[in-house]
Design a protein around this ligand. Structure first.
Ligand SMILES: NC(=O)c1ccc[n+]([C@@H]2O[C@H](COP(=O)([O-])OP(=O)(O)OC[C@H]3O[C@@H](n4cnc5c(N)ncnc54)[C@H](OP(=O)(O)O)[C@@H]3O)[C@@H](O)[C@H]2O)c1
Length: 352
């Protein structure tokens, strides 16, 4: 019987050397510096197969692959040009495997302009998965705020990484739906913040308060902090947080300092944009999430593979119409926000 090609590939990379050791324990016996050097020059490999969704169009299951670059997050950001070459290498590898669409996970998206640098060049469609990530983030923030008994429209809400692909979409939603008393948008580049401010002013009420800042410590003022940067650093620190604040963190690698877990029991940190998949679908290797759940960006790639694998979807900044469209498709395919978790553990519904 002829072997069926995978329909999609999803690109990832290890966050750090511990991720590498979990997959290849033998490497622990070699000096870290050598392992890191060798990894930089390794070719992308298949990490696992993914059981896909059953297409509503032809009734067939659309399986895929997770392809991992071997560069850790620190190396991806230290040399973005080199990292983008690695992403191209992985896309070509995916094409050879016969896939039709490639999804960009974690930092594989920011290093190729959110997918812009790939489109029309390698014979595959591309998505950065950020439309469904933004949709699930909005859903997740509303649910987390309810759990923490926070009224969004009476709260100060900060978006860290607001000028990014996901951060911008989330900021626009918050402004459009009047979901804050004050919105603080935080980023690295002042010009990007100015551009976003203009966009936000166009779609919000005249009395909707917006503050811009390049200083992350301004989050001290916020009741709700949404974290969406492409940094690999723990930018969100325990001493920068308002009492009882809610943090909704979608970053990979995580930007929230682990010390908050023990030292700030008043703070609720929610693991953001995690999707519950329908029966049997998902990666066949544990990628660090509970069985039956996955990251929203992989879920978006799975939906597109089942529905429309020939066309690019989320590229660069996501548009609000794309978010509505993919959210509707997610519902059709029975994908929804997973039960809320904090540091990997289910959050009891009595959390206040
Ligand atoms: N949970 C999920 O399912 C999921 C899905 C997709 C992506 N993600 C994660 O979401 C995050 C954002 O992805 P993206 O594609 O939206 O990234 P992006 O478009 O590259 O945007 C990154 C944003 O972070 C800002 N930034 C970078 N370093 C910063 C720093 N040191 N301090 C303050 N701001 C900083 C950038 O500011 P500038 O304007 O100056 O560049 C920009 O606003 C990544 O961690 C990614 O792995 C998660």
């Amino acid at each position: 019987m002829e072997k069926k090609s995978p329909e999609f590939a999803f690109l990832v990379h290890p966050r750090n050397l511990d991720d590498v050791y979990r997959r290849f324990p033998v490497l622990k016996f070699f000096p870290r510096i050598i392992v890191r050097y060798v990894l930089r020059h390794f070719r992308p490999i298949v990490l696992t197969k993914v059981t896909g969704l059953v297409s509503k169009k032809d009734g067939l299951r659309k399986d895929g692959l997770i392809i991992t670059l071997t560069n850790i997050a620190e190396d991806m950001l230290a040399d973005r040009k080199f990292a983008s070459k690695k992403v191209v290498q992985a896309v070509k590898f995916a094409k050879k495997k016969g896939v039709k669409i490639v999804g960009l996970g974690a930092l594989t998206s920011p290093v190729v302009g959110g997918g812009k640098d790939l489109i029309g060049k390698y014979g595959v469609a591309v998505t950065n998965g950020n439309a469904l990530t933004a949709a699930m983030t909005m859903d997740g923030i509303k649910r987390s705020a309810q759990l923490k008994k926070i009224l969004m429209n009476e709260s100060t809400v900060a978006v860290v990484g607001a000028t990014g692909s996901i951060g911008e979409a989330v900021s626009l939603f918050l402004a459009k739906e009047d979901m804050a008393k004050e919105l603080i948008i935080i980023g690295r580049t002042p010009e990007h913040l100015d551009t976003l401010l203009l966009k936000l002013k166009k779609i919000s009420n005249s009395n909707f308060r917006i503050t811009i800042s390049t200083d992350v410590s301004i989050i001290k003022k916020a009741d709700v902090v949404i974290v969406a940067t492409s940094s690999r650093d723990a930018l969100i620190k325990e001493h920068d947080l308002k009492k009882n604040a809610l943090i909704y963190d979608i970053t990979q690698p995580q930007n929230v300092s682990i010390s908050i877990k023990d030292k700030r029991k008043d703070i609720l940190v929610v693991d953001g944009a995690i999707v519950q998949l329908p029966d049997n679908a998902g990666p066949r290797f544990n990628i660090g999430l509970p069985y039956g759940t996955t990251f929203a960006c992989l879920a978006e790639t799975m939906i597109l593979a089942a529905e429309d694998p020939q066309n690019n979807f989320s590229i660069g900044k996501v548009k609000l119409e794309q978010i509505t469209h993919i959210a509707r498709l997610a519902e059709t395919y029975d994908l929804k926000l997973a039960p809320l978790r904090s540091w990997g553990d289910i959050i009891p519904t009595s959390t206040t």
